[in-house]
Design a protein. Structure first.
Length: 475
């Protein structure tokens, strides 16, 4: 059994002050120094990939392929790419202005915010812990990282490795539970990055508000799947179940429920049952390609949701004493069903039959904005209808999860699924203040003379002329 060594609570203010002293010293500002730290993150991943895989296997029995594909590989790649692109991200930007202001050289400079706090979740404990850290390093910030105590093996491994690979005067791991996190939230930070659920997010946001601290919230919600009747249902089943089975459904962008025409519900169900049998011939509970639920408490919650459903369980539903929970499909689920009451965050997939695309869209819009909306359709008009009439953090057509593989777009929520973005440059931007710099030369004085008292009719005429604009007529 892994023993997670909690950080001494009384040490937390001292750690924060040590990092603030480092930031004030200017140590983290040079790009070469930041690049070295980013290279060290990649080196840490490559040199300890087996240790990371074993730790995640201990915490949640996540298959090694999923660990490499979704955690170790992307973090290594993004650390190296961030180092490669850092100079471009960090360079000052000369902005376009009217001719009379060009001599002022208005410039946006990229200023690191300072000392930041990153509170990470348990479900993807490498990428969701280290991805914000990469952005903080790239931006030139110092960072305290609080991994989740629900993944103790990974949390302890990070504590051991980060202190070896990264500069401990700038980057520290704080381990613990509620007491330690509460103390961290009492301290003043220059930015807080939180990944998790909405209930804790409100606590984080309230604590940050006391210090007027900006916050990035990466949350979740019930991410819907809309299936157009003309789409290949076997392919839809294959791609939807991939998204639901990864990490046993314990990911914020997992398909939460499926909306499909009532007349095709059974066809989709049969396609899903066939796909599950193909991927897991001996069942998901006996498969090395399928993970486990993180804790007994989470398994109990999932059982309670499933036991209360009014829908029909068509496959799955069984559990074991090793926190296993079968990949489960439930059809004929209604609006007020227990499975629609909260984000499932597990391997249960409700199917909600509808009578039209308009009804499916209305169903989605009646609920808080999701982190992602998936839609399976090749009809351009349907794609445009969904794009124009729904809101979500991301919109993905004809697959699941692939938005996570695009380094050039932000991963972010909207409304109750969070705010602020991350991934590569977008994480860098989150930890960066755009500082406006202007330098007005002496030679600009004749142009500026109109602003000085005494105010005259001539000066008023000049000033009103400057702001007299032609307004387009109404169409």
């Amino acid at each position: 059994m892994v023993e997670l060594k909690h950080t001494v609570v009384d040490e937390l203010p001292k750690i924060a002050e040590e990092l603030r002293a480092t930031f004030r010293s200017g140590k983290t500002r040079p790009l070469a120094w930041r690049r070295h730290q980013l290279h060290q993150v990649a080196r840490m991943m490559q040199e300890n990939k087996d240790e990371f895989t074993k730790a995640i296997a201990y915490d949640m029995r996540k298959p090694a392929l999923e660990v490499y594909a979704a955690e170790i590989g992307p973090i290594t790649e993004r650390a190296l790419k961030s180092a490669e692109q850092l100079e471009e991200w960090a360079k000052p930007e000369l902005v376009s202005v009217p001719d009379w202001q060009k001599s002022w050289q208005p410039t946006l400079t990229k200023m690191p915010k300072g000392v930041v706090l990153n509170i990470a979740p348990w479900n993807y404990p490498i990428i969701l812990t280290l991805q914000p850290l990469i952005g903080a390093i790239a931006a030139g910030c110092c960072c305290v990282v609080k991994p989740s105590e629900l993944a103790p093996a990974i949390a302890q491994l990070l504590a051991d490795l980060v202190s070896r690979y990264l500069d401990p005067s700038a980057y520290r791991i704080v381990n613990g539970a509620v007491t330690e996190t509460t103390k961290l939230l009492e301290l003043k930070w220059d930015h807080i990055f939180y990944t998790g659920n909405g209930r804790i997010a409100r606590i984080v946001a309230a604590a940050a508000a006391k210090h007027l601290t900006p916050v990035t919230l990466e949350l979740g919600g019930k991410s819907p799947v809309i299936v157009d009747p003309s789409y290949d249902l076997e392919l839809a089943a294959k791609r939807i179940l991939f998204g639901k089975a990864c990490n046993a459904g314990q990911i914020c962008v997992a398909p939460d429920y499926v909306l499909i025409p009532r007349s095709q519900q059974d066809e989709l169900v049969e396609a899903m049952k066939a796909r599950i049998a193909e991927c897991y011939p001996e069942g998901t509970l006996k498969s090395d390609s399928y993970g486990r639920i993180i804790s007994d408490l989470h398994q109990k919650r999932l059982k309670s949701l499933l036991n209360a459903t009014k829908g029909v369980v068509v496959t799955g539903g069984q559990t074991d004493d090793d926190r296993g929970f079968e990949l489960t499909i439930v059809k004929d689920v209604g609006k007020g069903d227990s499975l629609m009451s909260e984000e499932i965050f597990g391997p249960i997939l409700p199917i909600v039959p509808v009578d039209s695309m308009d009804e499916a869209i209305a169903f989605v819009n009646e609920r808080p904005h999701a982190l992602v909306l998936y839609a399976f359709t090749e009809d351009p008009q349907v794609k445009q209808q969904i794009t124009d009439t729904t809101a979500s953090g991301s919109l993905v057509f004809n697959d699941t999860f692939q938005q996570l593989s695009v380094n050039e777009t932000p991963f972010s929520g909207v409304g109750e699924s969070g705010y602020g973005g991350q991934v590569m440059k977008y994480t860098f931007d989150g930890f960066t203040h755009l500082r406006t710099t202007i330098d007005i030369p002496k030679e600009a004085e004749p142009t500026l003379e109109v602003r000085y008292a005494p105010y005259t009719a001539e000066k008023l005429s000049i000033m009103t002329g400057l702001f007299q604009s032609s307004i387009p007529s109404a169409a």
